[in-house]
Design a protein around this ligand. Structure first.
Ligand code: FES
Ligand SMILES: [Fe+2]
Length: 372
């Protein structure tokens, strides 16, 4: 029976069974109306990665971030907890903070000097003592839910969303089992890329290994494709572990070291490359129907940049991420071709390493979010 929430394309309707389904119709990658619905239905209702605790070491440290089209800030309060608020003054809507920095005890709006403490309470508002029916307690900053998982910070704009641990059961364990020192990680290297592709194309590309032997020659020298021996697949995330090959000049590896990858609904992908304890956190921030901003945090123990970490940065930044960016920008152009609408997911019953079943699941979650 047809599901009214599944879209039709030239090759028929998307199907719940990946083995039978055509891929998402290509309009999902450039239609402004679908993009606007995604901002509300996906990004304003999901847990989105917004940074690492090491970026806010001291009370008063803040960092402005965005979740889809919403500007928020993260701030370490005086009790040591990191909190998040919408970055908007409750008087007439001026933005409160820019970039990153530190505020000792208070946040002063640059427009009329309404002043908030580090817990978001309005503590000073010039000339409001003469106002009738004015209760400063009603004008606290609007909080945003924030969860910490192995030092990674996730914000959720939806007050009714499930708790992080319920949405991603066992995720923290996959991090601590794989990376025993993760609690001591810090940001060693940060990279930003403006990509001329819809954010989903970049996530799509991260969610399958089918293209690795074809498109990533250098990575294939490091990674034993198809050597996966450990995995965990849940509704909102997937974790895989594979094994290394002997590496290459500058990154000599023993064969058989672990290589791990995670994909987290909706827009975060993580890699831990062989060679040392590291975690590369990649988020695809939507930036219009046909663009996105990829932000990368390379985390290492104490944020140290050793020669091995530098070799990993080169492998990522100068080899396979460049290759992936060229791929996804080509796909964005191709998806606007009048000569293409839908393809097929390459999956089989054994769900082998090359399977595009994770890609199909990602698209099913997109459609479920848009239908809700
Ligand atoms: S808008 Fe912030 S004090 Fe007026
Ligand atoms: Fe790739």
């Amino acid at each position: 029976m047809k599901n009214p929430d599944f879209p039709e394309g030239e090759r028929g309707s998307f199907a719940a069974d990946a083995r039978l389904s055509p891929t998402l119709p290509s309009r999902y990658y450039h239609d402004p109306e679908i993009y606007g619905r995604e901002l509300r239905a996906v990004f304003q209702r999901s847990w989105c990665y917004v940074g690492h605790v090491s970026e806010l070491p001291n009370p008063g440290d803040f960092r402005v971030e965005s979740v889809a089209d919403q500007c928020i800030f993260l701030l370490r309060a005086e009790d040591g907890e990191i909190r998040a608020f919408y970055n908007v003054c409750q008087h007439r809507g001026h933005e409160l903070l820019q970039g990153s920095g530190s505020r000792k005890k208070r946040i002063v709006c640059p427009y009329h000097a309404w002043t908030y403490d580090l817990d978001g309470a309005l503590i000073q508002a010039p000339h409001t003592d003469r106002l009738q029916n004015f209760d400063a307690a009603e004008f606290s900053l609007k909080p945003v839910r924030l969860a910490t998982c192995a030092g990674l910070l996730f914000a959720n704009l939806d007050p009714a969303a499930a708790e992080f641990e319920q949405a991603y059961p066992g995720l923290a364990q996959t991090f601590s089992d794989s990376l025993p020192a993760i609690e001591n990680f810090g940001a060693a290297i940060q990279l930003d890329y403006d990509i001329a592709a819809n954010w989903k194309i970049v996530v799509d590309n991260f969610s399958e290994g089918y293209h690795i032997p074809v498109a990533h020659r250098q990575l294939t020298r490091v990674l034993e494709v198809g050597s996966g021996n450990r995995s965990r697949v849940e509704e909102h995330y997937a974790f895989f572990e594979s094994r290394s090959r002997a590496g290459y000049e500058g990154l000599e590896l023993e064969a058989g070291l672990p290589y791990r990858s995670w994909t987290l609904w909706p827009n975060t992908c993580l890699l831990s490359l062989p060679g040392c304890e590291n975690l590369i956190v990649i988020r695809m921030a939507p930036d219009g129907p046909e663009g996105c901003r990829e932000h990368v945090d390379l985390l290492t123990i104490d944020g140290e940049v050793s020669p091995t970490v530098e070799a990993l940065r080169r492998l990522f930044a100068e080899c396979f991420n460049q290759e992936d960016i060229a791929i996804v920008e080509s796909v964005q152009r191709g998806l606007k071709s009048l000569g293409y609408d839908q393809g097929r997911y390459v999956v089989d019953d054994r769900d082998d390493w090359y399977s595009e079943s994770g890609l199909h699941k990602f698209h099913r979650l997109i459609l479920a979010a848009l239908a809700s």
